[in-house]
Design a binder for this molecule. Structure first.
Ligand code: SF4
Length: 267
């Protein structure tokens, strides 16, 4: 397959998915009057401008302060410094991530809304399964992700009509069909905006260098993708960038926290 085919395939899949949503009975994208093809053709900055105009205070950027999230924070600071940003603090993040969050506050003067896991859920999880349940089974790992990430995300999205994410199509196979705008059926049918859907990792890092955007110092120590400290490790040069996440799990297809796949595990 030529390089051109590789780069155009995700866009075609995204358009097919968007068109499927348009023709679905009660197709929400059509109801909202969204011109999906026009949005697909926009730059990331224009997608952000359009989404802020369209949804105002009913849209927020969700970020875990990865490289893509930092690009979007920088873009928003130039477009509308008052745009809403939220993050989920699992309370198990690396110290370097908390340091980066403070740098973002200092450098951009940004305030962000922070959602934490419910203490009663954490209490139940640790009482029943201990402090490192994620190493015991995939099911318990997903249960921990549900308690510390997925449930707080549901609360964060509860008062929103749309959310902005930093996902890119080539990060993992489950994101290959992501559109720049789509209906998020996993979260009540609100709109999900992915301005960097068609960006490559190289583009992200070129933006960071060009605009002197702060980033997590762990990236310089072999961590291309960073989650909780206990579930992330460095990878060798050339390895799959996400292979350091839940590295002990054999099924890499299932190696997602659930934020973008919205499972339904209960503690
Ligand atoms: S990444 Fe690990 S510690 Fe963090 S929520 Fe998921 S299982 Fe729990």
């Amino acid at each position: 397959m030529s390089e051109n085919n590789v780069s155009t395939l995700p866009t075609r899949v995204a358009l097919e998915r968007a068109q499927e949503a348009l023709t679905r009975p009660g197709g929400a994208l059509e109801d909202l009057g969204l011109d999906v093809e026009a949005i697909e053709a926009m730059s990331a900055e224009d997608v952000l401008r359009w989404s802020l105009r369209r949804f105002g205070r009913r849209i927020a950027l969700s970020t875990a302060f990865g490289p893509e999230g930092m690009v979007l924070i920088d873009m928003l600071s130039r477009i509308d410094p008052t745009a809403r940003i939220f993050t989920i603090d699992t309370q198990r993040l690396p110290t370097e991530t908390y340091s980066l969050m403070d740098r973002v506050r200092d450098q951009y003067g940004a305030t962000f809304e922070v959602y934490y896991p419910r203490p009663d859920n954490v209490d139940k999880l640790t009482t029943q399964y201990g402090f490192t349940p994620f190493y015991k089974s995939v099911g318990l790992r997903k249960l921990c992700c549900n308690v510390r990430k997925v449930e707080p995300l549901r609360r964060a999205l509860a008062d929103l009509d749309a959310w902005i994410t930093a996902i890119r199509r080539d990060q993992v196979s489950t994101r290959a069909g992501a559109g720049k705008v789509e209906i998020d059926d996993k979260h009540g049918g609100i709109v999900k905006v992915n301005p960097l859907a068609d960006w490559s990792s190289e583009q992200v890092w070129a933006y960071i260098r060009t605009h002197d955007v702060p980033y997590n110092e762990l990236h310089d120590r072999g961590y291309p993708s960073i989650g909780c400290a206990s579930c992330t490790r460095a990878v060798a040069p050339g390895d799959d960038p996400r292979s350091g996440r839940w590295w002990w799990e054999a099924d890499r297809q299932g190696a997602e926290c659930g934020i973008h796949t919205a499972p339904n595990w209960q503690v």
